[in-house]
Design a protein. Structure first.
Length: 373
């Protein structure tokens, strides 16, 4: 009966379903982008250290000259601070000075440290860096794909060319955007003798991270130590702000969809006032009429929600294709819970939109309903 009633005003019902579908599709796409960016940050955290040490006030992937620190801090920290397992100096820089397409994060490390720390990363082609390498680079999968680079090709950065000696296997995370180069070579290219952007630390036991952070702060006030990668902490704060903006926009879209559904259901119940009066006169209870209208409203929104999921999935795939081609990263991740949440929201919209018209028609007097013209 609920489906039959919805089909009485096909144009009105169709427009309402479309409005709800657009609101749900918008929410679906925003949720998928949020999931993707969170997964990207999580993969980056697995790449990074337990503790990131940099100069107080410095940071970012394009640091200024004043933000570099001496690389001998790595040895000092490892010798003087208890519970540090590994300390390695690194230079982290975006490839803004080269011809690389998409996002590229260049990571200058001592090759033997890179082998020890990232030895579990699988190679798609070629080999890892060695201490004998000079102008050599190991590329993440996405960088090699975006720039059409293979083993033996040259990766251009600033005025120098780095020979590609290895390509990492695809991970689907930020590792695909990283290029590993020998630290000494990177220092030479950037004219940074014995200078680095960060010191990355791994501790013996993660329970000791807090005490190590405190010890570094007390002994080296000129340095700033944070858990994980500093630039990612800053990115997470920005992402939280972005999530809040997306939540507000989604809320407005859903509010519009709720009002549209409420308007449609209210108009439908007004037009069928005599019909409801006849049902009541034949023995239908107030509760039955209330439930009937509520079911119609909920069904209307669920249909819109299902259509919205299809539109949202198509939109998410379009966003992923565009961003992947333009920046070389995947920021969209569609998990099972996204359509479930979307349909749940649509059902909730239907319930909220149907409460008032259902209450209104169920409370009308039978005689007044039958007299309605």
């Amino acid at each position: 009966m609920a489906v039959k009633n919805l089909g009485r005003r096909k144009i009105r019902t169709g427009l309402t379903v479309l409005g709800i579908a657009i609101a749900i599709a918008f929410a679906f796409a925003l949720f998928s982008v949020s999931e993707g960016t969170q997964a990207l940050v999580s993969s980056a955290q697995r790449l990074g250290p337990d503790i990131d040490v940099r100069k107080a006030g410095g940071g970012g992937t394009q640091p200024s000259q004043e933000s570099y620190i001496d690389d001998n801090y790595a040895t000092a920290l490892a010798d003087e601070i208890p519970n540090i397992r590994t300390a390695t100096p690194i230079i982290l820089s975006g490839a803004a000075g080269g011809e690389s397409r998409g996002i590229t994060l260049l990571l200058g490390m001592i090759p033997r440290d890179a082998q020890e720390i990232y030895g579990n990363l699988k190679m798609s082609e070629g080999r890892s860096l060695t201490d004998n390498d000079n102008f050599a680079i190991v590329l993440g999968y996405q960088i090699s794909k975006t720039n059409s680079l293979g083993i033996g090709d040259n990766f251009s950065f600033m005025t120098e060319n780095f020979e590609v000696v290895g390509i990492l296997a695809e991970t689907g995370g930020v590792v695909d955007l990283v290029g590993l180069v020998p630290l000494s070579t990177f220092q030479s290219v950037l004219h940074l003798e014995n200078k680095v952007t960060n010191i990355w630390l791994w501790v013996e036991d993660k329970k000791n991270i807090g005490s190590v952070l405190t010890e570094i702060e007390n002994r080296y006030p000129e340095l700033k130590a944070t858990e994980g990668i500093t630039v990612l902490k800053e990115s997470e704060d920005f992402m939280k702000f972005g999530d809040a903006i997306r939540l507000v926009i989604t809320g407005v879209a859903l509010l519009i969809g709720t009002l549209a559904a409420m308007n449609t259901v209210t108009m439908s119940t007004v037009e069928r006032t005599r019909e409801f009066g006849a049902m009541r006169s034949l023995g239908a209870s107030n509760g039955y009429v209330f439930k009937l209208v509520l079911v119609e409203s909920t069904l209307l929104c669920i249909i819109g929600g299902l259509l919205g999921c299809l539109l949202g999935y198509a939109g998410s795939m379009a966003i992923e294709r565009y961003v992947s081609n333009f920046l070389g990263i995947d920021i969209v991740e569609v998990t099972l819970r996204i359509p479930l949440i979307a349909i749940g929201i649509a059902a909730m919209v239907g319930i909220i939109a149907g409460i008032y018209p259902a209450w209104r028609v169920s409370r009308q007097q039978i005689v007044e309903s039958l007299r309605y013209e």
